[in-house]
Design a protein around this ligand. Structure first.
Ligand code: 6R9
Length: 566
């Protein structure tokens, strides 16, 4: 491929300071993500370039140049300052994917405050837990969500300011203020707060599998990782039109749905609407999207809907596709090659890692079903679950472990240093996932550590079972979990969602069983298949196997605040 620097060449002599140099920052000097995403881009002469194209659910389109983004985020920063929001205060973003959400994050960072993005679909309880934990001072929200904020205000004393971005002042209660960015006097020049490398920037709540949601605390220096991974893995170039379909309530929607594209001066498009294969393809065609960052949950739904909606559109604009969030089934890569002529490049990372750590690099040979190789500067391995020593045998499964110290690594869990410390063993940061590494250095995902099934002392990962199931023509989605068993302690049970046109029944169950028997070891074979209409998922689209598992074991299901209710 021309124009692509090979993975091996990138590795040679790699140092994170390369990112500092390109961004014109030093570790000891001022570093402000908000400034780097807007002011710096304008200073590079790109002020009149379109930075943001927004399409609302009803089809309205708004376009912003980088200069407009700069001025509006200044205006927001000044507004916060006027209302007494100080550096270090937590400011929650609680909105649908409206422009104020994106500009809001930049403005909060310019003010030197800490942004706390949350899914607007959260109910008041999920919201409250996180506001209490972060002792959030202000929340920026929309009219349509204010009732949830109001219902929890009596029990969230830290929350002194509620800013409402639409509908003016009418009907607002004490402590609620209208924030109409377009009506505020535009702030051409704003003295961006002198944040430095280690100043906290974003507090991203992640629930993990059990227990209370934890706030992964990031700092402004994270931008070095986000910048380089955006350039090298997402492969963004000056003329690209980039679409990341993640909501900023999920880390993908901030690291690569705000910071990544803007810090590289790329035009990004955002759609404030949910999944629909027709609408998504129409969106790509209409805006001439060139680079698309999506997730397996969406890719599986697109596969379910088949090739017909793709064929109606001219999607020749697409040139690079990436995926994150869950293991990407080999089937997804093979399908996307067929229908788009391009493979999805799987990328692996976490809220805690702040940026991509293992990836299928552009130009690298993709082994479908593999997560690829560590990003330059990232030392990744799999370690033995008992000794925490690296496993050197290719193909042997262990815990994914990273050597701490890359720029976007979380610095702690907000006011929870004990849990933070518990993630480190033998000098490694443990991701909580299992994988193996093959002889060529490719990582193969097995499952979340808690999702692994122990059948007669053998550990089986859900991913291989689910990948085998999804290859069957009737299967849209699946989840493999443990169910209790007298003899083997645990056995595998599979939950299956069928594609339209297929009827659940004993015959189909038998057919699927026979189909996967050829692909799986006897140990991994499910004892039972249950057909379900849908699987429990987080708001970022991850299948929550522990809920299905807990039901099988008759155990409590734990924290469900990030699980979709509908
Ligand atoms: C960015 C993000 C992190 C967890 C992670 C793992 C799973 C993410 C994956 C993947 C297999 C991939 N995960 N990417 N598993 N292959 N390419 O997803 O952050 O919401 O914190 O989730 O998601 O289990 O540990 P977060």
């Amino acid at each position: 491929m021309t124009g692509v620097v090979s993975y091996e060449d990138r590795l040679k002599g790699f140092d994170w300071s390369l990112g500092e140099k390109e961004l014109g920052i030093t570790k000891d000097g001022p570093i402000n993500i908000g400034w780097l995403c807007t002011d710096r881009i304008c200073r590079m002469g790109l002020g009149q370039k379109t930075g943001f194209i927004w399409e609302g659910s009803e089809g309205a389109v708004r376009t912003y140049t980088f200069d407009r983004l700069r001025v509006l985020s200044n205006t927001l920063a000044r507004f916060l300052e006027k209302h007494g929001v100080a550096a270090g205060d937590r400011v929650c973003l609680f909105m649908d994917r409206v422009p104020e959400l994106y500009i809001g994050l930049i403005g909060i960072l310019k003010r030197g405050a800490i942004a706390q993005p949350l899914f607007s679909a959260f109910g008041e309880d999920s919201l409250k837990v996180r506001i209490l934990d972060a002792e959030t001072k202000a929340i920026i929200t929309q009219r349509k969500h204010i009732f949830k904020v109001r219902r929890m205000r009596d029990s969230t004393p830290s929350l002194t300011h509620v800013f409402v971005v639409d509908g003016g002042a009418e009907g607002l209660k004490p402590g609620e203020y209208p924030l109409d960015l377009e009506a505020e006097p535009p702030v051409e020049e704003y003295a961006v707060h002198p944040t430095t490398a280690e100043t906290p920037s974003i507090l991203h709540y992640t629930s993990g599998t059990t227990g209370k949601p934890k706030g992964a605390q990031h700092v402004h220096y994270s931008v070095v990782s986000q910048y380089l991974t955006t350039k090298w893995v997402l492969d963004l170039k000056p003329d690209d039109i980039y679409w990341c379909n993640a909501d900023p309530g999920w880390v993908t929607g901030t690291s690569y749905g705000i910071i990544g594209p803007w810090v590289t001066g790329t035009t990004q498009v955002v759609g404030d609407f949910g999944f629909s294969s027709d609408r998504w393809y129409e969106f790509i065609e209409k805006h001439r999207v060139t680079v698309w960052y999506s997730a397996p949950t969406a890719i599986r739904l697109l596969m379910r809907d088949g090739d017909a909606p793709v064929k109606k559109r001219d999607l020749s604009c697409l040139r690079h596709l990436c995926s994150v969030g869950e293991p990407l089934n080999a089937e997804g890569v093979i399908w996307s090659r067929e229908v788009f002529g391009l493979p999805f490049h799987d990328t692996f990372w976490q809220t805690e890692t702040g940026s991509i750590v293992i990836a299928n690099y552009p130009g690298m040979v993709i082994k479908p079903g593999s997560m690829g190789k560590p990003f330059p500067g990232i030392t990744a391995t799999v370690v033995d679950p008992k000794t925490f020593e690296p496993i050197t045998v290719p193909g042997r499964v262990g815990l994914i472990a990273l050597r701490p110290g890359w720029p976007s690594m979380m610095r702690t869990y907000w006011r929870n240093p004990t849990t933070y410390q518990s993630k480190f063993k033998n000098g490694w940061y443990l991701c909580g996932d299992r994988a193996s590494i093959d002889k060529d250095g490719y990582f193969w995902f097995v499952g979340r550590d808690d999702d692994v099934i122990n059948t007669g002392g053998h550990l089986v990962g859900p991913f291989e079972i689910e990948s085998a199931l999804i290859e069957h023509k009737s299967v849209a989605e699946s989840a493999a979990v443990a169910k209790p068993d007298h003899v083997n302690m645990e056995v595998v049970k599979a939950f299956v969602v069928l594609k339209p046109g297929f009827e659940p029944g004993d015959d189909l169950e038998l057919e699927i069983m026979n189909f996967i028997r050829k692909r799986l070891s006897p140990l991994a074979m499910p004892q039972e298949i249950e057909f379900v209409a849908k699987l429990p998922k987080t708001r970022s689209g991850k299948i929550v196997r522990r809920i299905l598992r807990a039901k099988e074991f008759g155990e409590p299901i734990g924290d469900v605040s990030t699980v979709m209710e509908d």
